[in-house]
Design a protein around this ligand. Structure first.
Ligand code: URA
Length: 428
């Protein structure tokens, strides 16, 4: 078959800062999916996009081409409105775990197609897989039935959804081309639009533990994604949220499930509760569900009931003991004072090196590994107080985890200025 374009011409055009036509974009994504455009050609194009950017029209075309590379799901038959949440990824970000059952308990249906962790940010599926018996893979029919009965599903995205993104994301991961607004926005939004959710709330993380290190680039990513969603008929809003510090008091799979259970039981760390409730309110508003206050559903046990139903529906035992790591070591404060900084990236890398994350897609993760956080910015500490507990099954990992944490926190003289804000801005 003769091809409409030549890959080298498309790469050269973007290298030379030209706008790609709608036809060029549709062709290059489709030809990559058909394996006519080679990996090294797509890698070169991704780098040219990272360096030279894309216009809004090109990003919309790229997103559409990735949607068109696979199937689209349809939730129109459900009796409740659908709303999903997507986080751009952070350290200790377990929010999906309490949030999906909470929003379901308030009357919306939450189809949460999630991923596994890669690098220093954890994956929701890895966290839930620490619940004995729980399975991540569901057929489309099982997913629909669970959404109708329970109202919440967290499962693996099937391979039929935006397959072009699946390949491109793995390629970006090994070619230094992840941190590009056009590529991140089109990657996330192609999957969410293909998934067929009626409404979407984006949690765009800002800070050392996030892809977007500063507020301005996070705002640009948020605006781009909100426009893509709105243009596709999905009610979309974004919150920009703090990720300079890890969220909550744990980073690691079973550790984060335990903390989420505390939140569902009406307790848990303040920052996790605040963000869960803020996102739940946005989701219910975007879905058009009125009259339910998520804070009440957390306090009165309805969210916990919904969590138990969600876990049981996917083969999990909500009463089973969660795994714990075999070995622990502590990191202690070296001076009296106020903890003014605990770096999310350092904690994320430490948790990863302890075995909570993976370096390659096919690596296993340790369910019990990770970092427990005893002091958060704003807390007063005394010399010798534990700041962190490191957990792993394989103690030979401790030295590299300690190395990752070097320079990762600051204890200073002075008075506490309180906890930093979690929600920094809203776009939509
Ligand atoms: N998450 C995605 O799904 N894609 C990206 O490019 C970045 C984060």
């Amino acid at each position: 078959m003769s091809e409409a374009f030549d890959a080298v011409d498309v790469i050269r055009a973007k290298r030379d800062r030209q706008e790609l036509s709608s036809e060029q974009v549709a062709w290059v994504v489709d030809a990559y999916t058909r394996e006519v455009v080679a990996e090294e050609q797509m890698a070169a194009l991704a780098m040219a996009i990272l360096l030279n950017g894309m216009e809004r029209r090109e990003i919309a075309d790229w997103t559409q081409a990735m949607i068109d590379s696979g199937e689209r799901m349809d939730f129109a038959s459900l009796s409740r409105p659908t709303v999903d949440k997507h986080s751009t990824g952070g350290v200790g970000d377990k929010i999906t775990l309490p949030l999906a059952p909470l929003v379901a308990a308030c009357g919306a249906a939450v189809p949460q197609l999630s991923g596994r962790g890669l690098g220093h940010t954890g994956g929701t599926l890895d966290k839930l897989e620490s619940v004995p018996g729980w399975r991540a893979s569901l057929s489309n029919d099982e997913m629909l039935a669970q959404l109708e009965d329970v109202g919440a599903v967290v499962c693996a995205a099937g391979s039929g959804l935006a397959p072009a993104d699946r390949r491109l994301y793995s390629l970006r991961d090994v070619t230094g081309t992840v941190e590009s607004v056009p590529l991140i926005a089109s990657s996330i939004m192609s999957k969410k639009i293909a998934e067929g959710t009626g409404a979407l709330v984006l949690d765009v993380k800002v800070g050392s533990g996030a892809f977007m290190k500063d507020l301005e680039s996070a705002r640009e990513l948020a605006r781009t994604m909100v426009e893509l969603g709105t243009d596709a008929g999905v009610t979309t809003v974004a919150l920009l949220t703090e990720m300079g510090t890890p969220l909550g008091r744990t980073a690691g799979n079973a550790l984060e499930v335990r903390e989420s259970l505390d939140v569902l039981a009406g307790g848990g760390p303040e920052d996790v509760v605040e963000l869960t409730v803020a996102l739940a309110r946005e989701m219910l508003q975007a879905a058009g569900v009125t009259g339910a206050d998520p804070a009440d559903a957390l306090a009165d046990g309805r969210a916990m009931d919904s969590w138990r139903a969600m876990i049981v529906a996917q083969g999990g035992d909500p009463d089973a003991e969660l795994p714990t790591a075999r070995e622990t070591e502590q990191v202690v404060a070296e001076a009296d004072g106020v903890l003014t900084r605990l770096d999310a990236y350092a904690v994320g890398v430490a948790a990863w090196r302890l075995g909570a994350g993976r370096a390659r897609k096919e690596d296993p993760v340790q369910a019990g590994a990770g970092v427990e956080i005893h002091a958060k910015p704003g807390d007063r500490v005394r010399r010798g107080d534990p700041l962190l507990t490191l957990h792993t099954d394989t103690p030979e990992r401790f030295p590299r985890a300690h190395q990752a944490l070097e320079g990762g926190w600051t204890v200073e003289d002075g008075t506490s200025s309180g906890r930093p804000a979690i929600v920094l801005d809203r776009v939509g």
